[in-house]
Design a protein around this ligand. Structure first.
Ligand SMILES: C[S@@+](CC[C@H](N)C(=O)[O-])C[C@H]1O[C@@H](n2cnc3c(N)ncnc32)[C@H](O)[C@@H]1O
Length: 404
């Protein structure tokens, strides 16, 4: 990140074009840059709008939202907020007006935390997550391409039902326009973070362990308080609408530097993260019966939501990168690259340099000013083991050059 500070004046615009979890965007905002971010995953867009574009504690009208008295939830929320004062991310709580606004947000989370299906009116009680993604559900059976059958178990039955209750409530508020956009995005962000902590997965939602249940998944789903110190930094930031970065970049305002952290293999992120994306999409799906009747594969994804990224296809990678960089209205281009197993490298031989050389050639093209290229190595260990090949040290590089 200090590299960005070397290249870009404080307060300039920086584009995080494959933002993913937004780790880079958060750090940019924290350091006083104006962020332009996009990612094809809807969950990324939702978090970005809640915490990067938004600069305030969202204002919440509990009386309008809750069907019961807000007092017990407010009482719990006050006690909860008091325990956070002074912790990293929560310096803002020392200001009285922020504290008061934050208590209302925590109270809303406390309400959702205790909400169960039976608290909702009968006509709002749907069980889509329980039915589709837990062992007890009536639509959770799968048949794999290898002929193995079983039941999906991304969540415990209890957590599946809890997710349903909360999503039914949020969907009702959303469809009746009771929720300001920022409150909606903040609630969804909190929910996907809480869901991630109790998901029976090994990192992504592409699959779940078939033989065992991760003990984490047996814990009850629990909200964590969202930190707001970085959010309250202010500034004008932009988050895309979960679109293809090749189209987003054509509308992006000018910026000092574009940070490009693309996928380098065939794995499609919209498949790997389809469940957080679905949580974010759920309230806006008109016909839920129709939607869930079309889920496919062991994981149970409706493939109409899927997106095949050109960066995940070896023959399209370099031409897509060229298009992206050419269209980006910026001065500096920083590309992150790691030489693990990817489009060009098999990660088996010691000399996996093909990808590196191809990118070096790309940065030597007329798109860039001569002699401006710097390649900064960043060493790290790759703990993944591919096809029996043990973890080995991989090299991560940052290519930085000025556009001509
Ligand atoms: C290596 S990850 C980036 C990780 C990110 N820097 C972070 O801190 O989480 C690549 C990201 O590119 C996104 N992506 C891939 N192809 C895309 C495309 N054509 N348009 C927009 N996003 C895309 C994926 O969804 C994924 O989040």
């Amino acid at each position: 990140m200090s590299l960005v500070e070397q290249y870009c004046p404080k307060g300039s615009r920086v584009c995080d074009i494959f933002a993913g979890t937004l780790a880079v965007s958060f750090e940019l905002k924290r350091r006083g840059f104006f962020v332009i971010a996009n990612d094809i995953n809807l969950f990324s867009s939702v978090i970005g709008k809640a915490f990067i574009v938004n600069n305030e504690i969202p204002s919440i009208n509990l009386r309008k939202l809750l069907p019961v008295s807000a007092s017990p939830f407010r009482g719990k929320a006050k006690a909860w907020a008091a325990t956070l004062i002074g912790k990293p991310g929560f310096q803002f709580l020392q200001q009285q007006e922020y504290f008061a606004a934050y208590v209302e947000l925590l109270a809303l989370l406390c309400y959702l935390q205790q909400l169960r299906l039976e608290h909702l009116p009968k006509d709002l009680r749907r069980t889509d997550f329980y039915d589709t993604y837990t062992e007890g559900g009536k639509n959770s059976q799968f048949l794999s391409q290898r002929g193995r059958s079983g039941r999906r178990r991304f969540f415990s039955d209890a957590n599946g039902l809890h997710i349903d209750a909360m999503l039914n409530q949020i969907r009702f508020w959303r469809r009746n326009q009771f929720l300001h956009e920022t409150v909606y995005n903040t609630l969804l962000s909190s929910l996907i973070r809480a869901v991630e902590k109790v998901s029976n997965t090994q990192g992504t939602y592409h699959d779940f362990p078939r033989e065992e249940i991760d003990p984490r998944a047996l814990n009850p789903l629990k909200f964590e308080p969202p930190p707001f110190d970085t959010t309250l930094k202010g500034g004008e930031h932009i988050m895309g609408q979960a679109e293809d970065s090749l189209s987003f970049i054509q509308r992006a305002p000018s910026h000092s530097l574009i940070y490009i952290d693309p996928p380098y293999n065939f794995r499609q992120y919209t498949a790997y993260y389809f469940l957080p994306n679905l949580i974010c999409r759920y309230s806006d799906i008109q016909d839920l019966d129709n939607y869930f009747s079309k889920v496919e594969f062991v994981r149970g994804q409706n493939m109409e939501d899927d997106f095949i990224s050109p960066f995940c296809r070896k023959p399209l990678f370099l031409s897509s990168l060229e298009f992206l960089v050419t269209k980006a209205p910026c001065q500096w281009v920083a590309l992150s690259y790691f030489d693990g197993r990817n489009h060009w490298n098999d990660f088996k031989s010691e000399a996996d340099t093909i990808g590196f050389e191809k990118l070096k050639k790309f940065f030597g093209s007329s798109i860039f000013r001569k002699k401006t290229l710097k390649v900064e190595p960043v060493k790290r260990i790759n703990y993944q083991s591919y096809g029996g090949y043990k973890a080995k040290e991989i090299s991560e590089y940052l290519f930085i050059a000025e556009k001509s």
